[in-house]
Design a binder for this molecule. Structure first.
Ligand SMILES: *Cc1c(COP(=O)(O)O)cnc(C)c1O
Length: 727
C-alpha cells in the first residue's frame, strides 16, 4: 500500500495533525521559561525533552543549578525548575559557564530536531512507524516501567531519534507507575506505590486549538472509556501515553491506567485492550495513520485489528483487510516460556471486550480462534502472542538462541512446517550507547576513536583503535567509574540498612567497607526465580571465601509482588548475616531502577548472570556493562551465546539438565570455580605499574567484539531492514 492510498482513507482525521501536542509543549515551556531569569530560559526548553538525559552536558547542567534539589527531585528537571529557590536561580544566572552550556546544548538539540527524517520504506513523519509497548523506561523520573522490556522500548525510541527514523511511541500513563520496593531486615520484600504527577514531569496533554484535551474512546466492559493523550518528547520521537483519568469515566474505568502489571487479570486485559485499540485511535485522531505497527510483546496485539478495521473497504472482510496490512505489522516476542504468555477464557474476553469483536465484523468465535494455538480447541484460552504472530509479516525473537526456542514453542501454530521453517526470526537486542556508557568512558573514547564514533557505533571498524589505548589509561577510567559509583551508592547502602533496622554494627560496616579499589561484582535484574540469585550464596563458606579473596558484591532487583519464589530467592542473601566480611562486602540496594542500574553497570568490574537456560530471552544489563569496560561471567544463554568468543569474558556452560537441583548445584560450582581460579586472580594480577594489564586486555576484547553488535543502533538498523522497509 502506498502513502497516497493511506492518506485517502476515511478514518484519517486531518484536523489536528499539524500539532499533535507540540503546541501544548511549547505553551508549557513558555510558562516555565517565564519563571526563570532570562539567561536561563533555555533550561525550560531542555527540560521538556528527554534528549538532555543522553547528552553529554544535560545532567551536569541541571545539577549545577542546585545539586541537592536536583537529587531531591529525582533528577527531574521540570520539577527542579519549579521548586528551586529564587536565590539559587539568581546565582545560576550569574554562572557564565552554566549559561553558555545551556545555550550550547539547546542549539545542539534544536539542530538535531530540525534535520530531515530518514524515510524507512514508506514511513514518514505523518505516516510513522508506531512502536507500541506496555512500558517505557526513558528515565528514572518517569516511572512507567518494570524492567528489561521497558528499557528496551526506551532504548529503541532513543536510538530511533538519533538515527532520525520517523518513529512514534505509544504506551500507557500509569498514575501510580510500577511498585517501589522496601526490604525488611529478614530480606522479605514489601511493596508500595507512589503517585506520579504528570504535571510535574515533561509530559503534556495533547489538546485542540482551544486548549481542551483531545480524547478517543475505547469500548471496555460494555462502556466507552474516554482516554486522553499525553506527549513526552524523547529527542525527535514523541511518546504518546494514553490515560483513562477522565471525569467522564467511572472510578473503575479510571483505575485501568493506574498500575503497571497489576494483580487483577481482568484489569490487565483491559489495559492491553486500551493500549491496542486506543493506540490506533489516538494516532488517527491526531492525523497520524501509521505506516508500520511494531508490537513490542503481545500486550498491544489488538492494534492491527483496529488498523485493519479502519482500512476495510465496502463489503470487505476483516480477514482480507488484515492480509492487506500484514506487511505493515512487526511483532516482537520476549517470552520464552509458554506460561509467561497470559491466557484469557471466553468469559474473561467477553466481559472485558464486550461487543468489540462484533464491531470488527467478525463473530466472537472467529475472534477467539485468532488467539488460540489450535483454533478449534474451544477450551483453549485466548493468548495475545498467537494473535500477534498471525497478523504480523515479521515475528521475531530477541536473540538467536531465543529464536530457536520460540520456533519450537510456537511450532503448533504452524503444524505443516518443520520447526526450522516456523516463520519466527530474531533481532538480537541492543542497548543505547549514549544512555549507558558513562561520561568518563565516552570522554576516553573521544580521545582515541575517530570523530563521529557514537553515530558509527554499529560499525566494527569504529572500535579498532581501542587496541591502542594504553592499559593504564583504560584502567584509570575504570578506577574513576568504580570510585564514583561508591560515592553515589554508599549513602544508599547506609540508609537502606538504617531503614531496615539492621543494627549499628551493620551500618558502620557499610560506612567503612566497600573499598573503591577492590574487585566489584554486580548482580541486578528482575528477581524472577529463573534468574537464580540463590546460586551466588548456595555454598556460604565458598561465598565468604570469595569475599576473603577480595571480591565485593552489589545486588539489586525487584520480584513481582505475586512471585513468592522470586522473593525467597532474594531472602537467601539476607540469611548470611554472621560474618563481618558480609557486612563490609555484600550489599543489597533496595528499589532497583534506571538510576541504580546506571551506577552499577558503569562502576562494576564484573557482572554475573546465571539464568536457568534457555529462559533468558536475551538479557541486556550485561551489554551495558561491556560499554563501561566491565566483564561478563554468564551462563551461555540469551545474547551471551552470540557474544561470547572465548576471549571476551567467561562462560559458565550451556547444558540443560532436566533435574533442576542437579543443574543448580553444578552451575553454582562452575560459578565458584570461575571466580576462584580465573576472575579474582586475573583482576589482582598487576604489572610493575600496578595495572592489571591482562584484565585490561580482556576488557578491550570485550568492548571491541561486543559493542558494535549489541548497541541499539545495530538493533534498529536490523528492524528497519527486516521489518519496516518491506511495505
Ligand atoms: C537493563 C535493565 C534491566 C534488564 O536487565 P536484564 O539483564 O535483561 O535482566 C532491568 N531493569 C533495569 C532497571 C535495567 O536498567
Amino acid at each position: 500500500m502506498t502513502t497516497d492510498e493511506m492518506t485517502l482513507t476515511p478514518s484519517t482525521t486531518q484536523q489536528f495533525h499539524q500539532n499533535n501536542g507540540l503546541l501544548s509543549i511549547q505553551r508549557q515551556v513558555a510558562s516555565l521559561a517565564a519563571r526563570l531569569p532570562r539567561d536561563l530560559e533555555p533550561l525550560a526548553y531542555i527540560a521538556y525533552n528527554y534528549a538532555w538525559s543522553w547528552s553529554r552536558t544535560g545532567r551536569r547542567l541541571f545539577a549545577s543549578v542546585d545539586p541537592e534539589r536536583w537529587l531531591a527531585c529525582g533528577e527531574n528537571p521540570v520539577r527542579l525548575l519549579h521548586d528551586v529557590s529564587g536565590d539559587k536561580l539568581g546565582a545560576a544566572a550569574r554562572n557564565e559557564q552554566l549559561v553558555a552550556d545551556a545555550h550550547a546544548l539547546l542549539s545542539q538539540l534544536e539542530h538535531h530536531r530540525e534535520e530531515d527524517a530518514v524515510p524507512i520504506g514508506d514511513a514518514t513523519p505523518s505516516h510513522p512507524i508506531a512502536f507500541l509497548c506496555a512500558e517505557f523506561a526513558i528515565h528514572s523520573s518517569m516511572q512507567i516501567y518494570a524492567g528489561g522490556l521497558g528499557v528496551l522500548a526506551g532504548d529503541i525510541l532513543k536510538a530511533s531519534s538519533d538515527a532520525r527514523f520517523p518513529v512514534v511511541g505509544v504506551g500507557l500513563l500509569y498514575r501510580e507507575g510500577y511498585f517501589h520496593q522496601r526490604m525488611d531486615k529478614s530480606g522479605w520484600q514489601h511493596e508500595y506505590w507512589v503517585p506520579l504527577d504528570p504535571e510535574r514531569t515533561p509530559a503534556v496533554l495533547v489538546t485542540d486549538p482551544e486548549g481542551s484535551p483531545i480524547t478517543v474512546s475505547v469500548p471496555l466492559r460494555g462502556r466507552d472509556v474516554v482516554v486522553q493523550i499525553w506527549r513526552v518528547d524523547v529527542g525527535r520521537v514523541p511518546l504518546f501515553l494514553l490515560d483513562a483519568q477522565r471525569p467522564e469515566n467511572s472510578l473503575q474505568d479510571r483505575w485501568v491506567t493506574s498500575q503497571l502489571y497489576v494483580g487483577d487479570k481482568a484489569v490487565r486485559l483491559a489495559q492491553y485492550a486500551l493500549l491496542g485499540v486506543g493506540a490506533v485511535r489516538a494516532l488517527r485522531v491526531m492525523g497520524l495513520e501509521p505506516s508500520i505497527l511494531h508490537l513490542n510483546e503481545g500486550h498491544a496485539a489488538l492494534a492491527p485489528l483496529e488498523l485493519a478495521q479502519g482500512l476495510r473497504g465496502e463489503g470487505e472482510s476483516l480477514e482480507s483487510a488484515l492480509s492487506r496490512i500484514r506487511n505493515r505489522v512487526v511483532f516482537t516476542t520476549h517470552t520464552p516460556v509458554a506460561a509467561g504468555n497470559e491466557g484469557y477464557s471466553t468469559d474473561e474476553i467477553a466481559e472485558v471486550l464486550g461487543d468489540y469483536p462484533a464491531t470488527l465484523g467478525i463473530d466472537i468465535s472467529n475472534f477467539l480462534q485468532m488467539g488460540r494455538t489450535n483454533p478449534d480447541m474451544e477450551h483453549e484460552p485466548f493468548v495475545m502472542t498467537p494473535l500477534g504472530i498471525r497478523v504480523a509479516h515479521l515475528s521475531n525473537a530477541v536473540s538467536e538462541r531465543h529464536g530457536q526456542v520460540a520456533r519450537e514453542m510456537w511450532h503448533p501454530l504452524f503444524p505443516d512446517s518443520s520447526v526450522e521453517d516456523v516463520p519466527i526470526g530474531h533481532v538480537t537486542n541492543g542497548v543505547h550507547l549514549p544512555t549507558w556508557m558513562a561520561l568518563p568512558m565516552r570522554q576516553l573514547m573521544d580521545q582515541h576513536l575517530a570523530q563521529g564514533w557514537e553515530q558509527r557505533a554499529a560499525d566494527p571498524e569504529t572500535w579498532a583503535p581501542l587496541q591502542d589505548i594504553p592499559n593504564a589509561a583504560l584502567w584509570e577510567a575504570r578506577q574513576q567509574l568504580r570510585t564514583e559509583m561508591f560515592e553515589k551508592l554508599r549513602h544508599k547502602i547506609v540508609t537502606d540498612r538504617l531503614s531496615r533496622n539492621e543494627g549499628k554494627a551493620r551500618v558502620s560496616q557499610a560506612l567503612t567497607g566497600f573499598q573503591s579499589d577492590k574487585l566489584t561484582v554486580g548482580f541486578a535484574r528482575r528477581m524472577a526465580a529463573y534468574k537464580r540469585i540463590q546460586l551466588l550464596v548456595s555454598d556460604p563458606d565458598r561465598f565468604v571465601h570469595l569475599l576473603d579473596q577480595g571480591m565485593q558484591l552489589l545486588v539489586s532487583g525487584k520480584a513481582h509482588p505475586q512471585d513468592d519464589d522470586g522473593k525467597k530467592g532474594v531472602q537467601n542473601l539476607f540469611g548470611l548475616k554472621g560474618d563481618e566480611l558480609i557486612g563490609r562486602q555484600l550489599a543489597f540496594l533496595d528499589d532497583y531502577d534506571l538510576a541504580i542500574a546506571s551506577h552499577l553497570v558503569s562502576g562494576c568490574d564484573a557482572w554475573i548472570n546465571v539464568p536457568r537456560p534457555p529462559l533468558e530471552a536475551s538479557g541486556t544489563s550485561g551489554m551495558k556493562v561491556v560499554m563501561n569496560g566491565g566483564l561478563n561471567i554468564s551462563i551461555l544463554d540469551g545474547w551471551w551465546c552470540e557474544g561470547f568468543d572465548g576471549t571476551n569474558g567467561w562462560s559458565l556452560g550451556a547444558d540443560i539438565t532436566y533435574d533442576q537441583q542437579v543443574q543448580d548445584e553444578r552451575d553454582a560450582q562452575f560459578l565458584y570455580d570461575t571466580f576462584e581460579r580465573q576472575v579474582i586472580p586475573l583482576f589482582y594480577d598487576r604489572d610493575a605499574s600496578g595495572v592489571p594489564s591482562r584484565w585490561m586486555e580482556m576488557v578491550k576484547r570485550s568492548m571491541l567484539t561486543l559493542i558494535p553488535r549489541f548497541c541499539a543502533s545495530r538493533m534498529i538498523a536490523d528492524y528497519a531492514r527486516l521489518g519496516y522497509a518491506q511495505v
